[in-house]
Design a binder for this molecule. Structure first.
Ligand SMILES: NC(=O)c1ccc[n+]([C@@H]2O[C@H](COP(=O)([O-])OP(=O)(O)OC[C@H]3O[C@@H](n4cnc5c(N)ncnc54)[C@H](OP(=O)(O)O)[C@@H]3O)[C@@H](O)[C@H]2O)c1
Length: 268
């Protein structure tokens, strides 16, 4: 499908790995200019090189922690300086936090809120005036299926996902008149570093029988158990949805959270 975004300028946060990298790759393949952001400079440079290897690719990177107050303006300024516009924003940076209300600390709550929710609000607020000026824009916010079907073992992540879904709907209604469409993706289990770093240790604690299994085996077992399609999703499967929602081919979907979970209603 030709997405009709050739020459558009896209910002993808958390694009040095996993789902964000796959989204940036979709944009590059469709001729968009892409700004990728993440914290770890080396991984970001590697991602920029990999994405930029395609003939004609236009990719720049900016090392930033999206939870810092100036990140939104730093990232937006990079897009404007490099490419003169900001048409598409994918708020993807983040991670999961395993734990219930009683086992999550004040720091967990503050850190996760900063990375997932406050950053999203700031990024949208900073990007939207540029989209309004162009009379066209697309925003995709990465949420989780837990925003609709909360799993108490992922309390903080799933409360924030519900807030992301609400932010998405509210903002979509506010900016629909400006040609800007805003959607979220309710992601289920997708095998990335996020799983290995943040979920697998909690699964091993809860399931001593899994202690001797490799990370990949733990992810495969849990995904098969919880996901009706019998496996974890792949980053490119989420990226395909984000690419459509961000494209000129999407003209009528806004304010929605599209569930992409292989039929599952939880992922741990
Ligand atoms: N994978 C799943 O099963 C799943 C399920 C539901 C929702 N999600 C959501 O989907 C998004 C992508 O997840 P993923 O699985 O692809 O994760 P991932 O493979 O761990 O990649 C996360 C990306 O975000 C960046 N990042 C993390 N914290 C950041 C921060 N504070 N500022 C800037 N960049 C930051 C990381 O780079 P640095 O660490 O170098 O900054 C990396 O590029 C996340 O928001 C996650 O919550 C994923």
């Amino acid at each position: 499908m030709n997405l009709g975004i050739e020459g558009r300028v896209a910002v993808v946060t958390g694009a040095s790995a996993g789902i964000g990298f796959a989204v940036a790759n979709e944009f590059v393949e469709n001729g968009a200019s892409v700004v990728i952001a993440a914290r770890d400079k080396k991984r970001l440079d590697d991602a920029e090189r990999a994405l930029g290897a395609r003939p004609g690719a236009k990719v720049v990177s900016v090392a930033a922690d999206v939870s810092s107050p100036d990140a939104a303006s730093v990232i937006t300024t990079r897009a404007l300086e490099a490419f003169g516009a900001l048409d598409i924003l994918v708020n993807n940076a983040g991670r999961a936090h395993a734990g219930g209300l009683m086992t999550s600390s004040e720091d967990d709550w503050d850190e996760m809120t900063g990375v997932k929710l406050t950053s999203m609000r700031r990024m949208c607020k900073t990007a939207i005036p540029h989209m309004q000026k162009a009379g066209w824009g697309r925003i995709v916010n990465m949420s989780s299926i837990g925003g609709i079907y909360p799993n108490p073992k992922l309390f903080v992540s799933h409360v924030l996902s519900a807030a992301i879904n609400n932010l998405t709907k509210s903002l979509a209604l506010e900016v629909a008149k400006d040609g800007i469409l805003v959607n979220a993706i309710g992601i289920g289990a997708v095998a990335t570093d996020n799983w290995a770093n943040n979920m697998v240790p909690a699964v091993r604690r809860a399931r001593p029988a899994f202690a001797s299994l490799s990370d990949d085996e733990v992810i495969a077992r849990i995904s098969a158990e919880l996901t009706p399609v019998g496996r974890a999703g792949e980053p490119k499967e989420i990226a395909a949805i984000a690419a459509f929602l961000s494209s000129a081919r999407n003209g009528f979907v806004t304010g929605d959270t599209i569930e992409a979970s292989g039929g599952a209603d939880r992922f741990m």
